[in-house]
Design a protein around this ligand. Structure first.
Ligand code: TGC
Ligand code: FAD
Length: 392
């Protein structure tokens, strides 16, 4: 069990830009991580289990639906507070952040944004307090980067819809109480449906064998003639833009989250470089190691500034999808580079579970792929700046 000595790093005095509430939110999550999560996270990752007892703590801190209004059980916080929560969670483990971001941005957000008032009242408070966990089914075996090609579909049977198809790679699926499922109607238009675990014909087999994101449960969603009540259709938005709108919110959370990974690895490597002696002096005294550390904090600082500005734009409702793609892509590449350099600074110790670095390294292999791959986000930026669509 490792002792969590993490200290935040704020080279450009970004804290001065945060409100008292934002700092309080961040510090609350950080304290909870140190006390309740860091002591168990390596073990959970080795066993490949999501520690379900953490759900209560996540809910109590407002990590489920941070920006959902209080009247629906959310924490009513702003977008920068949401980002800071994701950063502190992912500083500990990407799987932990995944659970919170799926619940918030991929389950609560679509119900809040596209749902009826009855759906908001029925589902949001239970999702906010962690009584129910949700998952988000967009990806299919043959449609990952191209979700518009999905084949999962539903038919109008008069008094209900009949849903058929398969989703895969779905975070939280094996234990979720509800799933937000994206499927085509008979005209080929994509809609969101709320599918509940006990509906007949619905199953959620777990997927095993992941070397990455081991603290997050992943599974399939199988729909075999599932009867979905008509009132479970999200009525207020349809088309591919509906699920992609949710992804904007989740991708924004990831842009913040992976800064946490970079900060954790920088923090560990900096401390180690001052303690580890070789050739009669701390390795941090060698110019090669200083170069690594100096470049790490430079890249972290640039990502912090980029992401804070994105948060301001989100708060004003002005952030574009392409700006979010740029931040997700840039920050993950930044974090991957820093994790790799930190591992080298730690020498052989860097490959052990006494340090979080290899776990973070493996986790980032999922984070760079889900919510739109690195390539897809580059093409979104390319499309935005040239006006030419590489996907068509
Ligand atoms: P395209 O024709 O460009 O767009 C279709 C409609 O969608 C609109 N749109 C968006 N709306 C909101 N937000 C966005 N980010 C949007 N991007 C596009 C667009 O305006 C259009 O609207 P309309 O009204 O004209 O119909 O769509 P396309 O088929 O060419 O695809 C574009 C592309 C490739 C960028 C998109 O399909 C994409 O982003 N692909 C990546 C798929 C992806 O990210 N999947 C993620 C699955 S969920 C997940 O990974 C969860 S991980 C959870 C965890 O554990 O944290
Ligand atoms: P593919 O789309 O097959 O891509 C393979 C390669 O081809 C990639 O390098 C990609 O960049 C490249 N490529 C594809 N299209 C193009 C193109 N037009 N031009 C250039 N290169 C291209 N999905 C959900 O719906 N819900 C979830 O909760 C969820 N959780 C996940 C959890 C984990 C741990 C993982 C790993 C994935 C999860 N996903 C989830 C799925 C994830 O969103 C997809 O894996 C991702 O969108 C990529 O799809 P794919 O794996 O099918 O790759």
């Amino acid at each position: 069990m490792r002792t969590d000595l993490y200290q935040g790093h704020d080279y450009y005095l970004m804290d001065e830009l945060l409100s008292e509430e934002q700092k309080l939110v961040r510090d609350t999550v950080r304290a909870w991580i140190k006390k309740d999560v860091s002591p168990i996270i390596e073990d959970a990752a080795e066993k490949a289990v999501f520690p379900k007892h953490l759900i209560r703590g996540l809910a109590e801190m407002g990590a489920f639906g941070p920006y959902i209004p209080v009247e629906y059980g959310g924490a009513g916080l702003d977008q920068i507070s949401y980002g800071l929560i994701m950063q502190e969670l992912e500083r500990c483990d990407s799987g932990l952040r995944s659970t919170a971001s799926v619940q918030s941005s991929l389950v609560m957000y679509p119900i809040y944004k596209y749902g009826s008032e009855e759906q908001r009242k029925k589902y949001l408070p239970k999702l906010a307090n962690g009584e129910w966990i949700g998952c988000f089914g967009l990806t299919e075996p043959d449609f990952g980067s191209n979700p518009g090609g999905m084949v999962t579909h539903f038919k109008d049977m008069g008094d209900h819809f009949l849903l058929n198809g398969t989703k895969m790679w779905i975070s939280n699926a094996p234990f979720a109480h509800i799933a937000i499922v994206w499927a085509k109607n008979e005209e080929g238009r994509i809609h969101g449906l709320i599918v509940e675990r006990e509906m007949e014909g619905f199953s959620t087999p777990a997927m095993h064998g992941k070397w990455s994101l081991r603290t997050s449960d992943t599974g399939e969603l199988i729909f075999d003639n599932v009867k979905v009540p008509k009132e479970n259709l999200l009525p207020n938005k349809s088309g591919l833009g509906a699920p992609l709108g949710c992804l904007d919110s989740a991708r924004y959370g990831i842009a913040w989250g992976v800064i946490g990974v970079a900060l954790d690895c920088y923090d560990v490597a900096l401390r180690y470089s001052k303690e580890r002696m070789q050739f009669g002096k701390p390795i941090g005294a060698f110019q090669l190691q200083q170069k690594k550390l100096a470049e790490m904090i430079t890249e972290i600082t640039k990502a912090q500034l980029l992401t804070f500005r994105l948060g301001q734009l989100r708060n004003e409702g002005r952030a574009t999808s392409a700006q979010i793609s740029m931040a997700k892509r840039n920050n993950i590449a930044m974090a991957k580079e820093i994790v790799s350099e930190a591992r080298q600074i730690l020498g052989a110790m860097g490959i052990t579970n006494e340090f979080p670095v290899m776990r973070h390294m493996m986790n980032l292999e999922s984070v760079i792929t889900y919510e739109g791959t690195h390539d897809i986000h580059l093409l979104i930026t390319g499309m935005d700046i040239t006006g030419l669509d590489a996907f068509k």
